[in-house]
Structures are given as C-alpha cells and as structure tokens.
Design a protein around this ligand. Structure first.
Ligand SMILES: [Zn+2]
Length: 262
C-alpha cells in the first residue's frame, strides 16, 4: 500500500501544510524535550506532570503552549517569576523550522517524509538525553525501529529499501563496533559505550547506499566538531548529536540535490 500527495498540487494547501508542519514541529519538540528530561532523571515520562524547576509549582495547560507560552510569559515562571532558560524555546522553533523545511524540500506527503519527521523528533530527544547524561536511552532506539517497520510498509520500493538498509546497517555496525572495541583496548580503564554503534545501525536502515555514505561522511565532520566542543568544555564526548545532525543533513541533501539541479 502506498500513499503520496503532491504538496503543491493546490498551492494554498501546500502553504497551509507547511505552516501546519511548523506547528507540529514545535508541539513535538515540546513533548520530546520534556520526555528526554524525564528519562534522564528516571521520572515517569508519560504520566508525570511538568513543573517549574525553581519553585516546583505544577504547570497548567496555559503554561505549556509551545513558543506562545514562553513569549506571553516573557520567559518567566508565572508562579515565582524566575527566569526560564530559552533552551526549550530554541528547540521548539528549531524543530518547527526543520519540519516545515523538510516537507517543503521533499515536495509531497508520503511515508518517506513521515519517517524523516518522526526521526527528526526522536533524534532531538535522544541527542538531548545523551548530551545531559552521556547515555543514549534504548527506548528512543526502539521507537526508531518502530518508525522503520511501520513506514516501510507504506513505501513502493519496500524491497530495495529494506535490503539496502539492512546491508548498510550491518556493514557500518561491524566497522563501528570494531573501532569502539579497539578504542576501548587503547584507553584501558575508561568506560566504552556501544550506544553510538546501536544508534548508527538503527539510522542506516532508513538510508540507501548513497545516503549512508553521505550520512557517514557528514557525521565524521560533525563528530570532529563535537569532539572539539566537548574538549573545550572539558566534558565527556557525546556522539549522538553529531550522528543525528549528520543523518538529518544527509536527508536534506538527498532531497535538496534534485531540487537544486532541477
Ligand atoms: Zn516557578
């Protein structure tokens, strides 16, 4: 079963869907940053209530509108007046723009774009969790696999998609696992994490051979940048944000190249 709606068949509908994508991006960013925050602190991320970090007051629905609440309350807590860091606002705007841009570049509503949007949300969540705790929670990786299984069923190239994805994932997985083991042997005593290997293997499932090469190349560059940032901040290396940016850029370039050449 395949489904595809050309975005700009009716220009007004296309613009409406792009604005809608921005709003969904902001809402999902609000949800996933909160989920990541709770996962890192071992809180219940579904049933828990959001609260102010300074006064502990439970936040009402009116305090939780993405972007709008922050601007309306001028970045302060409604109850104690303490300043709320703009981090969440920045990520809400960022994911909103990413959703809108991804949809506009892709040019149609189909299983491919739904998978990329879902990945962008999950990658934001697991990158924040990794940055804050140094661990990539397995729950996010399971969610990525669920997105792959569900959206693959709606693609018209399911066979090629699945074969290329599994081969890319296995090849990169073996290489990265070997590299991680060797680094672990060299730095005896330091903790070795296979989280980035598992993450890269999950993500390669979504990329064909060309996309995988592109994602790995870009991730190598972003990985070096993040390694330098972590070194300058004297903190442990977080690879999830570097891998996430590499993969999202690969998706954008894959869609943008035909866009620019056309
Ligand atoms: Zn407060």
């Amino acid at each position: 079963m395949t489904f595809s709606y050309p975005l700009f068949e009716i220009p007004f509908v296309g613009i409406y869907l792009i604005i809608l994508a921005f709003m969904f991006g902001a809402v999902f960013a609000s949800f996933i940053t909160c989920a990541a925050w709770r996962v890192v602190r071992n809180e219940d991320w579904i049933r828990g209530h959001s609260h102010c970090d300074t006064c502990g007051h439970e936040l009402s629905t009116a305090d939780l509108f993405p972007v709008i609440s922050y601007i309306a309350l001028k970045g302060k807590c409604r109850y104690c007046g303490s300043k709320v860091p703009p981090r969440d606002l920045i990520f809400e705007i960022l994911l909103g723009l990413l959703f809108a841009g991804t949809l506009a570049l892709h040019g149609s509503v189909d299983a491919v774009v739904v998978a990329v949007l879902a990945l962008e949300m999950l990658l934001l969540g697991l990158s924040l969790a990794d940055w804050d705790s140094g661990v990539i929670p397995d729950g996010f990786l399971v969610a990525i696999l669920v997105v792959w299984i569900i959206t693959a069923g709606f693609r018209n190239d399911i066979q090629q998609f699945a074969i290329e994805g599994i081969i890319s994932s296995a090849c990169l997985g073996v290489l990265m696992a070997l590299a991680t083991a060797i680094i672990g042997k060299i730095n005896k005593g330091s903790k070795v994490s296979y989280g980035p290997v598992k993450l890269a293997m999950c993500l390669m499932l979504f990329l064909g051979f060309k996309g995988s090469v592109m994602a790995v190349s870009i991730s190598l560059v972003t990985g070096i940048v993040f390694a330098l940032v972590c070194k300058s901040k004297k903190r442990a290396l977080s690879l999830a944000p570097a891998i996430s940016i590499g993969v999202i850029l690969a998706f954008i370039v894959k869609d943008a190249l035909p866009f620019f050449i056309r």
